[in-house]
Design a protein around this ligand. Structure first.
Ligand SMILES: Nc1nc2c(c(=O)[nH]1)N[C@H]1C(S)=C(S)[C@@H](COP(=O)(O)O)O[C@H]1N2
Ligand SMILES: [Mo]
Length: 446
């Protein structure tokens, strides 16, 4: 690997050779960056022995002294067709979690949060959760039906839907099971696996209320809507009419400026801002207006929370205020003490993030982080704070507060209310331990 590959950036995963090369570079004086070391850490291996490598001192760096080939020759012709990332970014991938059963028919892949900047998830890195596999559905044959408590039940083609007035908005989507393994203190190694069932896109579509009004919806009796997917999972979820009347719920065909990806519901999905991912029904083929919740399987058996008193909590749809530091985060390695830009993501299903505090001593002291604007409702918000690492062990945490005043709880506070038997809806504070050798580990702090 040449020094041109090295950059000050939150990094993804390196293979063993990559780690050795980064370590060798570091010995050459370029020690102020972070590289991921998950491949070695996850396999329980020690970092490979560093090959001593002759690296020129900074003022004699051949990469700045010599004229490069790309400065002398003719570059590639225009890249017509659909563009791809640089080959040097090949480690930035969605992955199955080492904490879950590996299947060939993978049911969930996680987004590499530790490698992303800003708030938007590139469409090719959006997490996936399929209950019955994904499909690439012919949009000319896809139909969307509206029935139930409406005067004029109707079936729409995609062309008809795309003629209606549209809106585009940025929103996060988080699976209710995100961070679920942490309930059992299963320390999956990276932010990709702890928090990667989370993505954020600009979605384009038609507000569902516009479509329902065209069909003559009875807003007196019609207090709930059942949304149904066209895949074999029989994915059906109840959406309260109050959410739909707010205009936020969208029948979406666009994602980040292009059509939805097949994995994410092409050609049509429901966007339910602030609500857990399961309600964002993909391959949307029908909505039915009704007068009570539908008690579908994915809201009575699944996505319920077993409380300490032995009762199940149902219809707990809103994703509460939450945050995670993505750099430094598990699997990354700080190669030297000194300055770091601690950065991460915060979000709330109830509105805007108001404030994020960061601790580097396991929650004893907190400092308020910078929020990058624009801060949007039910959308990821990027935060950053300066940190000078003294080379001693440190525990890094972030704690978000939303505009309703909800403060992200510690594990102790969350368990006091929710007990220990949940799978879903964990919004506790995440802790990353920075060890003296710079390795960053997933730990739980009470
Ligand atoms: N039709 C259909 N819709 C679905 C699902 C599904 O399996 N089928 N999975 C749900 C779940 S549990 C989640 S978390 C989100 C995931 O959306 P994504 O795959 O675009 O990330 O879609 C939801 N909508
Ligand atoms: Mo989900």
């Amino acid at each position: 690997m040449d020094a041109g590959r090295l950059r000050k950036a939150p990094e993804n995963f390196l293979d063993r050779q990559g780690i050795a090369e980064v370590a060798a570079q570091a010995l050459g004086g370029r020690r102020d960056f972070i590289r991921g070391a998950f491949a070695a850490a996850a396999a329980g291996m020690a970092l490979p022995a560093v090959r001593a490598q002759a690296v020129a001192p900074a003022d004699g760096d051949p990469n700045i002294l010599n004229l490069t080939d790309h400065a002398k020759g003719l570059g590639q012709p225009v890249a017509v067709g659909y563009g791809k990332p640089s080959k040097y970014e090949a480690n930035v991938q969605r992955r199955q979690s080492p904490g879950l059963t590996q299947t060939t028919q993978a049911s969930v892949s996680f987004a590499p949060l530790q490698s992303l900047f800003g708030i938007v998830t590139p469409s090719g890195l959006h997490f996936e959760r399929h209950h019955q596999g994904w499909w690439d559905i012919d949009p000319s044959k896809h139909r969307f039906m509206v029935n139930g408590l409406v005067k004029k039940p109707r079936v729409f083609t995609m062309d008809e839907l795309m003629r209606l007035p549209s809106v585009s908005r940025f929103h996060f989507i988080e699976c209710g099971a995100n961070t679920g393994m942490e309930w059992g203190n299963v320390a999956v190694p990276t932010a990709q696996y702890t928090h990667g069932m989370l993505s954020c896109s600009e979605f384009t579509g038609v507000p569902l209320i516009t479509i329902l009004e065209q069909c003559g919806v009875d807003l007196g009796k019609g207090r709930f809507v059942l949304a149904e997917g066209g895949d074999g999972s029989s994915m059906t979820r109840t959406i309260p009419m109050d959410l739909i009347r707010s205009g936020e719920v969208m029948v979406a065909y666009g994602q980040n400026g292009e059509m939805l990806r097949p994995e994410n519901g092409y050609p049509l999905r429901l966007v339910v801002p602030g609500v857990q991912g399961v309600s964002w029904v993909k391959y949307l083929r029908r909505v039915e207006v009704g007068d009570k919740p539908y008690a579908a399987k994915d809201e009575t058996i699944h996505y319920v929370d077993l409380m300490p008193d032995g009762k199940h909590r149902q219809y707990t749809s809103i994703q509460e205020c939450k945050s995670v530091v993505t750099t430094p985060s598990g699997g990354q390695v700080l190669l030297d003490k000194g300055f770091y830009n601690v950065t991460g993501l915060a979000w709330s299903g109830r509105g805007k993030v108001k404030r994020v505090d960061v601790s580097v001593d396991g929650g004893r002291n907190w400092r308020t982080a910078r929020l990058e604007g624009p801060v949007m409702s039910k959308c990821l918000t990027r935060f950053s704070i300066d940190w000078v690492w003294d080379g001693k062990p440190a525990i890094i945490q972030s704690r978000a507060t939303d505009e309703t005043g909800h403060v992200q709880p510690s594990y102790r506070q969350l368990r006091a209310v929710r007990g220990t038997r949940s799978i879903y809806h964990n919004n506790a504070i995440q802790s990353w331990l920075v060890e003296e050798n710079g390795e960053v580990k997933n730990v739980q702090v009470g």
